[in-house]
Design a protein around this ligand. Sequence first.
Ligand code: PMP
Length: 407
Amino acid sequence: EAPLDPQRIRADFPLLARSVHGKPLVYFDNANTGQKPAAVIEATSTFYREHNANVSRAVHQLGEEATAAYEAARDKLARFIGAPSRDEIVFTSGTTQAINLVAYSFALPRLEPGDAILVTQMEHHANIVPWQLVCARTGAKLKAAPIAESGELIVEKFVEMLTPEVKLAGVVHVSNVLGTVNPVAELARECRRRGIPLLVDGSQACPHMPVDVAALGCDFYALTGHKMFGPTGTGALWARREHLESMPPFFGGGEMIRRVSFEGTTFADPPHKFEAGTPNIAGVVGLGAAIDYLEGVGMRRIAAYERELLAYADAALARVEGLRVFGTAARKAAVISFLVEGAHAHDLATLLDHEGVAVRSGHHCAHPLMQFYGVPATARASLAFYNTREEVDRFVEALQRVRKLLR
Ligand code: PMP
């Protein structure tokens, strides 16, 4: 298989041709959101120009076209993540809504005082706060498994903490701050052995590596479309069919019912039971186009290319004096959180922006992780398959200048 040619990829992403502050843009904020290939932009606009209608309601031609396009995206996503059935894919507005759906429909009815939910120290707030909300309502407790200084989960501790009162475990597949790739298949095996369902936050995995939920052996997998180079406001929850069947709906309304009367309502089968109201049809169609695009390039090639680009960046950054990198896991995605001695993360990001380099600074929605490292914020460069070695060089050169300026 030929290696990926980033110049050919870049030509497909109109925004990458932009400049900022008079410099060609180096977009290193991919963990925040991904840029969109023309195919995604066109799929969304073609939907509005030529096929726009509501889904599952009308028998007219446009209604059928809209429904077919929306449901085709469900087939694509099911295949893309190795879901055993298309009916196990529930479209949501993103990971946040997907996890909240599990928290309110699956966890809330099952939790009792004294029960627990187990997550890890490296979770995004989206995999912390929903559990706190349902714990507050039920008297259950949220526990967090510890990580090592390298940013790796201490697997033995996680397994030790899978005690009988734990009713659900949640773990991020790839950390948005550290890039750590968690050993999800191993964790899922341990959870399954104890009858504890495992939810995986796949936000940062889906854009960067092949994902196969059946092979991972988890129970729930949450993902977000905008980080996979699809439109904002799209995403999905994959869940095992038996879980979806056991879960009451979260939102009620149109589209999700079989029959409504004032005496009582019966619900549609999953996934429609969880998709009340008019969904983000054009967005989902765009997500389908993003999946087609990613599959056209090939997730294995993307992962291999990014692995090599990360190694290149690591080597270049090793020459920057006073640089502290957070997260040095053996299995790591191309996310680099860093600080420069004596400089605040926001100043780093602001000065890099003036050099045309877009990185994020802040807590990255991971306060507990910042507390673990004893810092209020980090700067973060997160790479994607359209980034290049030349861009890494520009980033490192800019960082050298910024470091001298701040000294
Ligand atoms: N989990 C992780 C690991 C993330 O990186 C993000 C996005 N920063 C989310 C959850 C939340 O995703 P969204 O805002 O698209 O719902």
